[in-house]
Design a protein around this ligand. Structure first.
Ligand SMILES: Cc1cc2nc3c(=O)[nH]c(=O)nc-3n(C[C@H](O)[C@H](O)[C@H](O)COP(=O)(O)O)c2cc1C
Length: 411
């Protein structure tokens, strides 16, 4: 008897967790996401080197859709080819060939899945060999330099995001996410460390947030009322003098008055020497407590991304009411079928590799190269070390310079 009670408890706990994950939720725009697990944006670097989606990339998003993700967000989709993050990015240009885009989005929509484009602009972090690094303020430091944007260049940005959103919708994406995290352009404007302007776009938070607010408004006007527009923001830059949690919470209060459908909380930047986003308590999810504190500031659906490794962690974040969705990036790279396994309540947690101290960027490169193997269905044979992955990743990017220049010209 006691044995069977224990067994019941073992079965009941995951089933309850699974029920929470499986609950659909309507976004403010009216679109319903089928469950609470979102594949967070990753720059998969599977473009063809001239801004177009490849067949492999379509296969990748088909796997995530079939695996059961409520939405999969394509990272770093650019509108300005000179504001690229990497030459494997997609570019939504006026003359983009619709066919590869509709193949990608068609695959991503399988199985009632959503495929959203993360609208990017790398700003000061634009890939220097092919881009035009520009930020709110000039930077001149080892490993990074950029010019200050003129007022005219800043005024053009909302229309640029709007054009990207309109083209994303026409290409079959079912939503967009405005990227205002991780030290890219909009995140630079929000950060007092990188935005030292003294004009209308710099200074106190209401002025640093102006470009983001105008971009949100322009994107909404471009896509209409019934289309998901999400936002990814930092709760902290993890840099001294950068955006910190009090400002980020105030920002969410301002976002509450906009038409944003989902606020994704993340953190950290790619600036040279920045601390990694994680480092939270006990190696668990990083931003759940911060998200919980936002409930009093906003009624928008919230999603936390960062550090989730197990069904128990995900269920806890959802069940406690801290967040409405959980964003998973690396977990979906280790197992693209997680929702299909977790929602029935029986699936195992993914196995994550451990890396010894590595060169900066090597771990991200490892995940990116594993994504390429996922896209080909060959992930079981992936045995690269982080250093080897970084080497292959950098060579692949270098080999794309010529095709990028051939399509978009010199910066
Ligand atoms: C290979 C890789 C590429 C990423 N690219 C992007 C990106 O393009 N845009 C973005 O907002 N975040 C990007 N991220 C960050 C993830 O979306 C996520 O915030 C971070 O990995 C923490 O979540 P995780 O612990 O579930 O991996 C990337 C992460 C990885 C591992």
């Amino acid at each position: 008897m006691r044995g069977s009670v224990r067994q019941e408890a073992r079965i009941a706990a995951p089933t309850k967790a699974a029920a929470i994950l499986a609950r659909p939720l309507a976004l403010p725009c009216g679109v319903v996401l089928r469950n609470r697990l979102v594949k967070s944006a990753m720059s998969d670097s599977l473009g063809d080197g001239a801004g177009n989606p490849t067949r492999d990339q379509a296969c990748l998003y088909q796997r995530w859709a079939r695996g059961g993700a409520a939405a999969a967000i394509v990272g770093e989709v650019q509108t300005d080819p000179f504001a690229l993050e990497k030459p494997g990015n997609l570019v939504l240009a006026p003359d983009s060939d619709p066919e590869p885009f509709s193949r990608l989005t068609g695959c991503g929509r399988e199985n009632h899945g959503h495929i959203w484009a993360q609208l990017g602009h790398a700003g000061a972090l634009a890939y220097a060999p092919l881009g035009r690094p520009r930020g709110p303020s000039a930077i001149d430091m080892p490993g990074l330099s950029c010019a200050q944007m003129t007022a005219g260049e800043i005024r053009d940005i909302p229309a640029l995001f709007a054009a990207g959103a309109e083209r994303a919708k026409a290409a079959g994406f079912t939503g967009v996410q405005i990227h205002a995290a991780h030290g890219f352009l909009l995140s630079q404007f929000l950060s007092p460390l990188f935005n030292r302007r003294t004009d209308d776009w710099g200074g106190a938070l209401p002025r640093r947030v102006r470009l983001l607010m105008e971009s949100i408004e322009a994107v909404r006007a471009a896509v209409g009322a019934g289309f998901p527009v999400a936002l990814k923001m930092n709760c902290t830059d993890r840099l001294e003098g950068g955006l910190h949690e009090e400002d980020a919470a105030e920002l969410v209060g301002l976002i509450d008055a906009t038409s944003i459908d989902l606020v994704e909380v993340s953190g950290g930047t790619y600036f040279p020497g920045a601390k990694p986003a994680g480092g939270g308590r006990g190696g668990g999810p990083y931003f759940v407590d911060f998200a919980r504190g936002l409930r009093s500031r906003t009624s928008k659906p919230l999603m936390a991304t960062g550090g989730f490794k197990s069904l128990a962690q995900v269920a806890d974040a959802l069940e406690s009411g801290a967040v409405d969705f959980v964003g998973l990036a690396r977990a979906f790279v280790m197992d693209p079928d997680l929702p299909g396994k977790w929602i029935p309540g029986s699936g195992p947690d993914p196995h994550f590799p451990r890396f010894a101290a590595t060169t900066p960027g090597a771990v991200t490169a490892w995940y990116t190269m594993r994504i390429a193997m996922l896209a080909e269905g060959r992930e079981d044979g992936f045995a690269d070390s982080a250093e080897k992955a970084l080497d292959r990743y950098e060579r692949r990017d270098a080999a794309r310079h010529e095709s990028w220049r051939a399509r978009f010209g010199n910066p």
